[in-house]
Design a protein around this ligand. Structure first.
Ligand code: GLC
Length: 594
């Protein structure tokens, strides 16, 4: 469907949208197959989304209650962070039973209900699948650690260690190498009953599975079938580059310096992205492809280069994951800042370096300081959030949204160590405050507990800014961040140029304004974003991108002065403003229009 109809100028707010954009979100999407191409996938941290039983924690029935909102926003699928039975040391990423639901979140019947209810709202359900490790309370590990002769012993990664002394020594033996846990300390844990160390990439309560054992593969494939049979649309594969370790257990190379936990920074060459993992990814792909309905595999893939990322798709063979996350666009490092050139470089790398595969872009998740606190400047935060949403939702990519991103929720880290819930924050305080700050309850209303729970004791405190940053207030305000995101999503659904059109950069030398064209003249769409704190006046040279200039029609902007722009010349973008316009009409000659 193309967006047509009355232009509605929202003079008070400076936002301009088309009437069609507002209608589009209510109708079922008209996606071509596969459904995930160009889709909006919304991550839900189930503890923090909506509490339905007043225990101060979110749950599955809470998610079900909010499906109407998610449909209104226009999301195609939700990814639910782990809701399986778990001791909750890593808030669900330590699973003790892969084929159930933790009673804190509900029951298996609740999950089946949620999948069915979501379908009624045209929303698919994607589960988190933790393949790298189980909980140390999983029956497999309890058996494995009971005796070396237990049939499950080899399901985990064990070492006798080597003779030595020191703080990590047990019975005169120390860990076999210098590997450190990503969550602090040695990656090896001694078990007296078997007189061996086991390897854990994360907490010691998360022992790594031994993926070289075919029984492990069979068991994990069986749990994935369990959920595929129940209608889930796919999986987000947790920490999947960590699946294999060097069988010789050789040391990793120190890169110099120490991390927040005081551990040496290592090159991770023996514990991350080993070639064997790709064999498993191909097997997994065959598994999901054996089901109808385009089930999808998403990877949690923090990888340094586009070539590394391309391997996770299977390169030109396209036979591994459909959507490994491109973390290079949204997470530049510790000091993210808006940089038109860096965005341009990374978007173009994904355009040209993935053998035509669909990029998966993301700016926020449950493990990182929220994007607004990384890219924001404290003065223009709403505009900056809208700019980030525009990059996410107008590039040629599938988009991952994290709950609260659409309303501009901030990170609210604990003030004191005694308040920290995430164990890495307790261990790493104060350098590493943990991940509580980006996991605070969803802000639904300006009322008590932000409408998240009836219980004043929520599992993490509700940030005070819920008085203004919340769904209810923003829904009623046409110029809000929430409505901006909704209009962007609607535009993307309604405009084939935004979903499928090729992307060409405009004026690639401009250090401040990021601009590109999606599609072609006579229906193509131009997006221009001012990545700087100073107003910029630009003329966009579309002819240089091989397209004849034509008149334009503004579709969406938060720059009031551009509501009536009719050409690509002399556009003044206020600080951090975004302008989105359609090329229309019969092409004119280069000389007259540009
Ligand atoms: C992933 C998850 C993170 C978890 C870790 C260990 O990085 O996103 O939350 O702590 O894996 O499972």
């Amino acid at each position: 469907m193309r967006l047509t109809g009355l232009l509605v100028a929202l003079a008070a707010t400076g936002v301009l949208i088309t009437g069609g954009a507002r209608a589009a979100a209510a109708t079922p999407p008209a996606h071509r197959a596969p459904w995930w191409r160009g889709a909006v996938i919304y991550e839900i941290y189930p503890r923090s989304f909506q509490d339905s039983n007043g225990d101060g924690r979110g749950d599955l029935r809470g998610i079900e209650r909010r499906l109407g909102y998610l449909q209104w926003l226009g999301v195609d699928a939700i990814w639910i962070a782990p809701m399986y039975p778990s001791p909750q040391v890593d808030f669900g990423y330590d699973i003790s039973n892969y084929e159930g639901v933790d009673p804190r979140f509900g029951s298996l019947a609740d999950m089946e209900r949620l999948i069915a209810a979501a379908k009624q709202h045209h929303i698919r359900v994607i589960l988190d699948m933790v393949l790298n490790h189980t909980s140390d309370r999983h029956p497999w590990f309890i058996a494995a650690s009971s005796s070396r002769s237990d049939p499950k012993h080899d399901w985990y990664v064990w070492s006798d260690g080597k003779p030595g002394r020191g703080p990590n020594a047990h019975d005169g033996r120390v860990p076999p190498n210098n590997w450190v846990s990503l969550f602090g300390g040695s990656a090896w844990q001694w078990v007296p009953a078997v007189h061996q160390f086991y390897y854990h990439a994360f907490y010691r309560q998360q022992p790594d599975l031994n993926w070289r054992n075919p029984q492990v593969r069979r068991a994990m494939f069986a749990v994935m079938r369990f959920w595929l049979d129940r209608g889930v649309a796919g999986f987000r594969l947790d920490a999947v580059p960590q699946l294999f370790e060097d069988p010789k257990l050789r040391d990793e190379r120190p890169l110099g310096g120490v991390n927040a936990f005081g551990d040496p920074i290592l090159d991770q060459s023996r514990t991350g992205d080993l070639p064997e993992v790709h064999v498993v990814m191909r097997e997994l792909r065959r598994l999901v492809d054996s089901y109808p309905g385009d089930r999808v595999l998403i990877g949690e893939t923090y990888l340094p280069t586009i070539q590394d990322l391309d391997r996770w798709y299977g390169g030109a063979r396209h036979d591994e994951l459909q959507l490994p996350m491109d973390m290079r666009l949204g997470f530049h490092g510790d000091h993210d800042h808006l940089d038109a050139a860096a965005f341009r470089r990374r978007i173009m790398a994904a355009e040209s370096g993935l053998h035509g595969s669909e990029p998966l872009f993301v700016f926020d998740n449950h493990d990182n300081v929220r994007s607004i606190d990384r890219y924001g400047d404290g003065r223009h935060d709403p505009m900056i959030n809208e700019l980030l949403g525009s990059v996410l939702l107008t590039t040629r990519a599938t988009a991952l949204l994290y709950y609260g991103e659409e309303i501009g929720m901030h990170t609210t880290p604990p003030a004191r160590r005694s308040q920290v819930r995430d164990p890495i924050g307790i261990r790493g305080w104060p350098k590493e405050k943990g991940r509580d700050g980006e996991r605070t309850p969803m802000q639904w209303t300006p009322g008590p507990q932000a409408g998240f729970s009836t219980n004043p004791r929520t599992w993490l405190p509700v940030p005070a800014n819920h008085a203004t940053i919340n769904v209810q207030t923003e829904r009623a305000d046409p110029g809000s961040q929430l409505n901006w995101y909704r209009h962007l999503i609607a535009l993307r659904r309604g405009e084939s140029a935004l979903r499928d059109g090729r992307l060409r950069m405009l004026d690639p030398g401009d250090p401040n304004v990021l601009a590109y064209l999606r599609g072609d003249a006579g229906g193509g769409i131009v997006i221009a974003m001012n990545c700087s704190a100073v107003a910029r006046t630009v003329s966009l040279h579309i002819a240089a991108a091989g397209v004849q200039p034509v008149p334009v029609e503004t579709l969406l902007t938060n720059a009031p002065g551009l509501r009536d722009a009719r050409s690509l010349r002399n556009l003044t973008l206020p600080p951090y403003a975004t302008w989105i316009a359609r090329l229309r009409g019969r092409p004119r000659s280069s000389a007259s229009a540009n």
